[in-house]
Design a protein around this ligand. Structure first.
Ligand SMILES: Nc1ncnc2c1ncn2[C@@H]1O[C@H](COP(=O)(O)OP(=O)(O)O)[C@@H](O)[C@H]1O
Ligand SMILES: [Mg+2]
Length: 221
């Protein structure tokens, strides 16, 4: 379960404080899906980076299955992210020098050696996203949609409790976008993870469901 209460975020600059989030509260249960929509600059990426423990809020609380991502300092936060969060970004963020399979295995490498069972899961996920024959391919040898499917497989490797996708299909044509969003929904359901997708696409919002809008720093269903 995800419990977010009275979250605010202010960025300080020479021009003064900019309040981007102004009291965001949200509840998600295991297996639940939410779409967040809103104009460019409304704070969607800011919200995701806080929920994913990449950045701290100015005030307010986040609890994921009762745990506070910000309690353990920098190392604790990194561990929290690695164990509990799966990220998919607009840009795939794959390592160019690593094969598709090694990219999917990245979250497991943080723990040192990779158990055979995790490597099997990585191969299974690549199969699941339609890339069984591309395990040894480099990101540069894949299309944009294929790279994003690798990114989805990587995000799901350790069956995270919370999957955060920030405009995951923003760079894809509608066919590839449909495929990627379908895979996110299916794989999140298979692992029982909560799925939060930021998108501008009405079609993808309809597929993911639970549509919310970020308006004036607040999240409205
Ligand atoms: N690190 C930062 N420092 C200062 N301002 C920022 C920073 N990150 C984002 N912002 C500002 O916060 C607002 C929200 O940004 P963002 O969360 O990226 O919006 P969205 O993802 O909805 O387009 C924007 O006005 C942006 O310029
Ligand atoms: Mg954004």
């Amino acid at each position: 379960m995800l419990e977010v209460d009275a979250l605010t975020k202010e960025y300080l600059s020479a021009a003064g404080a900019l309040r981007v989030l102004d009291g965001v509260s949200l509840r998600m249960r295991a297996g639940e899906r939410i779409t967040v929509m809103g104009p460019s600059g409304s704070g969607k990426s800011t919200l995701l980076s806080i929920l994913g423990a990449l950045d701290e809020p100015t005030s307010g609380t986040v609890r994921l299955d009762g745990a506070d991502p910000f309690a353990g300092g920098t190392v604790g936060r990194a561990l929290f992210r690695n164990r509990r969060i799966g990220f998919v970004f607009q840009e795939h963020h794959l390592l160019d020098g690593c094969t598709a399979l090694d990219n999917v295995l990245l979250p497991a490498l943080a723990g040192g050696s990779v158990p055979a069972q995790i490597e099997d899961r990585a191969r299974g996920l690549l199969d699941r996203v339609g890339l069984a024959a591309r395990q040894r391919h480099m990101p540069g040898e894949l299309s944009g949609g294929e790279r994003q499917r690798v990114a989805v497989a990587r995000a799901l490797l350790l069956a995270p409790r919370l999957i955060l996708a920030d405009e995951p299909t923003g760079q894809l044509d509608s066919h590839a976008a449909g495929l990627v969003s379908e895979l996110l929904v299916e794989l999140a359901a298979e692992t029982g993870g909560m799925l939060l997708v930021v998108t501008h696409s009405v079609a993808i919002a309809a597929r993911v469901g639970g549509i919310h809008r970020l308006v004036d720093g607040r999240l409205m269903a």
